[in-house]
Write a protein that binds this ligand. Structure first.
Ligand SMILES: *[C@@H]1O[C@H](CO)[C@@H](O)[C@H](O)[C@H]1NC(C)=O
Ligand SMILES: *[C@@H]1O[C@H](CO)[C@@H](O)[C@H](O)[C@H]1NC(C)=O
Ligand SMILES: *[C@@H]1O[C@H](CO)[C@@H](O)[C@H](O)[C@H]1NC(C)=O
Ligand SMILES: *[C@@H]1O[C@H](CO)[C@@H](O)[C@H](O)[C@H]1NC(C)=O
Ligand SMILES: [Ca+2]
Ligand SMILES: [Ca+2]
Length: 398
């Protein structure tokens, strides 16, 4: 499967990439810079920096723009394990095994962030560039992970666990890498991954560990054909922790026919924000803006929440603004935002009483510099799940 403007395949499609000379290692410098800014503005609520790290990395100017979320399909991936049982999908001992892959960026591109969908029998801990980014264990449904990347190469490492004696063991992942030029590429677990028929050595997840003498992984099955059946994709993000908000706390039973403005500023001075994924729904319709730019619109009539990828966050200050309109009856806005930071961490921001809201939509309300300090906080209508909306909302897959 090939998306427009996208290359697909295991990295072996680019077998002889030269090392790209263009990328300076600036990440520690960025971290230091951010720390200096924090120290210099101890009493301020706001911190700003002119450039994102890609803008200041030669050859990594970020021209990627927000777009509707593209799933990282599991159905192109393969189950892998060590091959210590030569029968694919055969039984294995209770064990933990390391699996690693260094994915190098094509020379004319810079990686910026990734969506990862991973399933495992029986469990996995997933690391990117040495940082633990998540853990789970389910061969029936994948787990979705989001992570910021390094420009020129990224080390993906998994500790796979077989916790049941004499049972099949495997890990299956699809990694969708977004580049700063707006393109993306899909990578999968396959026979190019490295593994050991032994417990993961100390620091196996770190780039400083050399895996060049490790064995190649053995295919245990494909998505279509394996002992596990076909795992389902997880929802892109949960809405379960989000609140329905509006300008009145009884909007679920009826609200004025009007457009309301909502704003949330994410101001994280100590870290460098890279990408965001937004899942949003409104009764009856909305337009979402990030840092003043229109991202997309959706309506109740669509019956489904819509997810967007924002690949161009500003380093420390990001403004999410929504113009939401009630046409009839109940009114509400519900959203979950997941921000990835350069250090491998993430932050989930949900609609709640900390958002700002007004019953009119002033001109320029979406601008990062718009002053919302005299707006009241949004009213919490209720937790996700309350009537009349319930939990039946369709949520796109990761
Ligand atoms: C994977 O699933 C998607 C969505 O269901 C579908 O569009 C695509 O054709 C599938 N690809 C393969 C290789 O089966
Ligand atoms: C966010 O970070 C936490 C803590 O490391 C991790 O457990 C979780 O899997 C991450 N979430 C996503 C969606 O990547
Ligand atoms: C990944 O590959 C790149 C390009 O060959 C190399 O510069 C980098 O050191 C490798 N990293 C690891 C952890 O193997
Ligand atoms: C808000 O949305 C409504 C309904 O789509 C539209 O009529 C109005 O012009 C929008 N207001 C602003 C300031 O964008
Ligand atoms: Ca098992
Ligand atoms: Ca309504």
């Amino acid at each position: 499967m090939v998306w427009a403007g996208e290359e697909f395949g295991p990295f072996s499609l680019w077998p002889h990439l030269p090392d790209c000379p263009r990328i300076a290692v600036i990440l520690p410098f960025v971290g230091l810079f951010a720390a200096v800014i924090v120290a210099a503005t101890p009493s301020s609520q706001l911190c700003t920096r002119e450039q994102s790290f890609t803008d200041s990395t030669p050859g990594c100017k970020n021209t990627a723009t927000p777009h509707v979320f593209q799933p990282a399909f599991l159905n192109v991936s393969k189950w892998i394990w060590t091959g210590e049982n030569p029968t694919p999908g055969g039984n294995n001992i209770i064990s933990t095994r390391p699996l690693r892959k260094n994915i190098t960026t094509p020379c004319d591109k810079c990686a910026i962030c990734a969506t990862i969908v991973v399933a495992s029998d029986d469990a996995h801990t997933f690391y990117v560039n040495g940082v633990r980014i998540g853990a789970g264990g389910d061969f029936k449904q994948g787990q979705a992970l989001f992570v910021a990347l390094q420009p020129s190469w990224n080390l993906f490492a998994v500790a796979g666990q077989n916790t049941i004696a004499n049972s099949p063991a495997g890990v299956m992942a699809t990694i969708l890498i977004h580049y700063t030029d707006g393109t993306s590429a899909t990578f999968i677990t396959d026979e190019s991954w490295r593994t050991l028929e032994a417990a993961p050595p100390t620091n196996f997840q770190l780039a400083s560990t050399d895996d060049s003498s490790w064995a190649f992984a053995a295919i245990q099955g494909t998505f279509e054909n394996s002992v596990w059946g076909q795992p389902t994709l997880p929802p892109v993000l949960p809405l379960s922790g989000s609140k329905w908000i509006w300008t009145s706390n009884t909007a679920n039973t009826g609200a004025a026919v009007a457009s309301c403005a909502f704003r949330k500023t994410i101001n994280q001075c100590a870290k460098v924000a890279v990408c965001a994924t937004v899942l949003i729904f409104a009764d009856d319709h909305y337009t979402l803006y990030v840092n003043g730019a229109s991202v997309g619109s959706g309506s109740f009539a669509g019956g489904a929440a819509i997810a967007y990828t924002i690949p161009n966050l500003l380093p420390t200050l990001n403004t999410f603004a929504i113009n939401a309109t009630n046409d009839v009856g109940s009114a509400g806005l519900v959203a979950t935002i997941l921000v990835t930071y350069q250090d491998g961490s993430n932050e989930t921001v949900v609609t709640d009483g900390s958002w700002k809201a007004t019953l009119t939509v002033p001109q320029g309300f979406e601008s990062p510099t718009f002053d919302d300090s005299d707006w009241p906080n949004a009213n919490v209508v209720g937790a996700y799940g309350i009537a009349p909306w319930g939990t039946g909302l369709a949520i796109p897959s990761a």
